[in-house]
Design a binder for this molecule. Structure first.
Ligand SMILES: [Zn+2]
Length: 374
């Protein structure tokens, strides 16, 4: 995404010929106030095309019996008046938010078999930016993994051969430059050769108020099948097409909403409550770790930071559901974990030292990965 420039906006389209795409890009640049890139599908540019159907346009296509004034939809279904037609439109035509891409009549999502092993490599050709990218990818991945039953796995052993033809990973993360976007991604239905997250060199400059992790949270949203939230008619701007299905109500602050498209986001791109519930609706909630898994993280912390957590202790104690903890009287400290099946709890690890101040240490899943806990 880009903050103060006129770069091309992009969006979704799966099978657009290059010439049409180029025209669309020009159109996008002229229409967009500022831009952002995040490509999708088979092309490096996201294409803007407006197949959005307003209620008035929809109404104009509906047959109306001359003598009764009754609307007929779906071939033979009568709708008595305009108010009811509006309801029909809202339910069946307009549809609604965190929105998942559609291919034909199906959601464009990873299967239950695939969703737990979405492997990726980060090209070592990022050079001095390599560590920045791997950390930002990890942060972005955990934002989604903490709220939905998906797992993005960095296969660092593939980073030296991280190309579009590497079939040991589901997708590759590579650098690019001179593009109209900050970064672009793909949808689950995209073929392997185009399953890339390409990060433009401009992403390593001033992208305020976005961080690279924020940009990648948005891109990974596409990777999981989510469309731009502003393709919903409620945005009234930057509409793309109707090949999507609503998972939640419209959310102008969604991580998938461009701010310049009548979005109400400010600051970095972060997952909102509706993003979280939409992701869980599509992939299921993140299963809660067992006490044994939480214990594994605490055990690891004791070894890593013996001066903070002493003496070593087993297991976890229940503080008050969904909070568990382990006390360390020797160092006057506690480790805690929060997790529930819903998304009202942040699923983070907490540290409380001698001062009694509770510090948020970030997602439980992140620490499980750090500690190599199963
Ligand atoms: Zn995007």
């Amino acid at each position: 995404m880009h903050s103060n420039d006129t770069k091309a906006v992009s969006v979704s389209s799966r099978t657009t010929p290059p010439a049409v795409l180029a025209a669309a890009t020009v159109l996008a640049a002229s229409v967009a106030v500022l831009a952002t890139g995040c490509g999708v599908a088979s092309s490096p540019e996201e294409q803007v095309d407006d197949t959005f159907v307003s209620f008035e346009e929809f109404e104009a296509t509906v047959y109306r019996e001359p003598d009764t004034g009754i609307y007929i939809v779906d071939g033979d279904t009568p709708i008595e008046d305009r108010a009811r037609l509006q309801v029909f439109y809202e339910q069946h035509v307009q549809a609604g938010a965190l929105v998942v891409n559609r291919v034909g009549a199906s959601d464009d999502r990873w299967s239950d078999a695939q969703k737990s092993s979405l492997t990726y490599c980060v090209s070592t050709t990022f050079g001095s930016n390599y560590n920045t990218v791997t950390q930002a990818m990890r942060q972005a991945a955990w934002a989604w993994q903490a709220v939905a039953n998906v797992r993005l796995i960095h296969r660092s052993d593939q980073d030296g051969a991280c190309s579009a033809s590497n079939t040991n990973v589901v997708f590759d993360v590579r650098p690019t430059s001179g593009q109209l976007y900050l970064a672009r991604a793909f949808f689950p239905s995209t073929t392997r050769a185009n399953r890339n997250i390409l990060i433009d060199a401009s992403s390593f400059g001033n992208t305020s108020p976005y961080t690279l992790a924020g940009i990648l949270r948005h891109e990974l949203g596409h990777t999981l099948g989510f469309r731009h939230e502003h393709t919903r008619p409620e945005a009234g701007k930057c509409l793309e097409d109707n090949a999507w299905r609503a998972l939640t109500t419209y959310d102008p602050t969604s991580v998938m909403h461009y701010p310049q498209c009548n979005g109400q986001n400010s600051g970095d791109l972060v997952l909102t409550d509706r993003d979280k519930s939409g992701a869980a609706a599509l992939y299921g909630s993140k299963p809660a770790p067992t006490d044994a898994q939480i214990s594994c993280v605490f055990d690891w912390a004791e070894i890593q930071y013996p001066t903070l957590f002493s003496p070593p202790a087993p297991g976890v104690l229940l503080f008050s559901a969904p909070y568990t903890y382990r006390p360390y009287p020797g160092t006057q400290s506690h480790l805690g974990a929060a997790w529930s099946s819903g998304n009202s709890i942040d699923k983070h690890i907490y540290y409380m030292g001698p001062s009694g101040t509770i510090e948020d240490q970030g997602p439980v899943g992140y620490w499980m990965e750090q500690a190599s806990c199963p």
